[in-house]
Design a protein around this ligand. Structure first.
Ligand code: FAD
Ligand code: UDP
Length: 367
């Protein structure tokens, strides 16, 4: 008999399991994949920690969360500074004075702001209503055409006019010569890979891999007093209000017999024609000096039931469906719904840890 059956060995499930174990509770963690870690999973290939589900850079403004992750492993000083390759032209990201200078030859922030203002005016946008309009009012039409439109439309598989504007608001726009992709105070990559953190969190916890909750629901449910569920919320409720949509990805990983393939961890391909959105060269996350290198191309793909759900499509239709599922979830007193899939939200790692710790506090405040 367990106190908790935790469905999903990702970051949310692992934080919950670790905290519950600390409080003397017995947990069984299951995952349908053949490894722990969920999407933060890293695997060593040629001595390089490969981010198997895409580039994962830890960043947060929250000191407590930074100290929390550092209590498991040490982090390095990696700062994400991706570059964009548009048909062979190279630009710095996020959009900053280096980008504006390369594109327009402008030198001062005032000149850059003027240029953007002119382009925004010419486009006639006052109240941005979709991603395209939002992007143009933030950075003007030139950057939109070269660095945003193609990337966004392949990433999401639809026109930028049909996408919500909040997606682009995640990216900083700066009028300083600063190529740091994030504004957060703390940033880095765990030395030894994310797997080192997850392994420590799940030390001494019972784990069963290759187990799909829905294939053994009747047998697994009675094993624990409570369930922590981090899978897809619509599946938990038998899709009774319909299927929540996602965007999926395919990762193509190759080992190359060269020490340095692209000179940067992340290179975005922002034209529409290149079928992948980015190439990750994993060794650069940890300043690796190995003889070989490992690169991963990331191809966005249509999602259908059964595929890996990576990005929720948070448009009105899907959000409204999610709210109905959430109402059902709120009624389930013996199940904690948490993590990206159960809350149908794009969450970064620090937000997932924050949400899991909040659930832990709520759950154990009665003890
Ligand atoms: P997951 O990691 O998805 O874990 C859920 C687990 O549940 C999975 O292992 C799944 O197999 C399992 N599961 C689901 N259904 C079942 C079932 N029926 N039975 C058994 N097991 C089940 N965050 C950052 O902070 N920085 C980044 O740079 C960053 N980059 C990202 C890049 C990509 C391409 C993606 C997709 C995400 C990125 N993230 C990043 C977000 C990060 O991956 C998430 O915040 C985090 O992994 C979410 O953890 P989770 O536990 O909620 O979900
Ligand atoms: N984006 C873009 N060009 C880029 C990088 C990002 O247009 O070179 C847009 C795109 O719409 C993407 C969004 O900005 O979905 C958020 O980018 P982020 O890097 O946060 O995406 P993630 O790493 O989460 O996939």
């Amino acid at each position: 008999m367990y106190d908790y059956l935790i469905v999903g060995a990702g970051l949310y499930g692992s934080v919950f399991a670790y905290e519950a174990k600390k409080r003397g509770k017995k947990c069984l963690v299951i995952d349908k994949r053949d490894h722990i870690g969920g999407n933060v999973y890293t695997e060593e290939i040629e001595g390089i920690n490969v981010h198997k589900y895409g580039a994962h850079i830890f960043h947060t403004n929250n000191k407590k969360i930074w100290e929390y992750v550092n209590s498991f492993v040490e982090f390095n000083r990696y700062t994400n500074s991706p570059i964009a390759n548009y048909k062979g032209e190279i630009y710095n990201l996020p959009f900053n004075m280096n980008t504006f200078n390369k594109l327009w030859g402008v030198v001062s922030p005032e000149e850059a702001q003027q240029k953007i203002e002119e382009q925004k005016k010419a486009a006639g946008i006052t109240e941005p209503n979709n991603l395209e309009e939002q992007a143009i009012s933030l950075v003007g039409t030139d950057i939109y055409e070269k660095l945003i439109k193609g990337y966004t439309e392949k990433q999401w598989g639809r026109s930028a006019r049909d996408l919500p504007s909040f997606i682009i608001k995640r990216l900083p726009v700066r009028f300083t010569y600063d190529n740091n992709y994030f504004n957060d105070r703390y940033q880095g990559i765990p030395i030894g890979g994310y797997q080192a953190i997850i392994e420590k969190m799940l030390e001494g916890v019972d784990i069963q891999l290759n187990v799909d909750f829905f294939q053994r629901r009747d047998e697994l449910t009675p094993l624990a007093k409570k369930i922590v569920y981090t899978g897809m919320v619509d599946q938990y409720f038998d899709y009774q209000y319909g299927v929540l949509e996602y965007r999926s990805l395919e990762f193509e990983t190759t080992v190359l017999d060269t020490t340095n393939y692209q000179g940067n961890a992340v290179v975005n391909y922002t034209d529409r024609e290149t079928p992948y959105t980015r190439i990750i060269e994993h060794k650069h996350f940890e300043f690796g000096t190995q003889d070989k290198t490992v690169v991963t191309r990331e191809y966005p793909t249509e999602w259908k039931t059964g595929d890996e759900p990576y990005y929720p499509i948070n448009d009105d239709k899907n959000n409204n469906m999610y709210y109905k599922y959430k109402a059902l979830a709120d009624y389930e007193t013996n199940v904690i719904f948490g993590g990206r899939l159960a809350t149908y939200k794009y969450y970064d790692m620090h937000q997932i840890i924050g949400a899991a710790l909040e659930a832990v506090n709520k759950e154990f405040s009665k003890d």
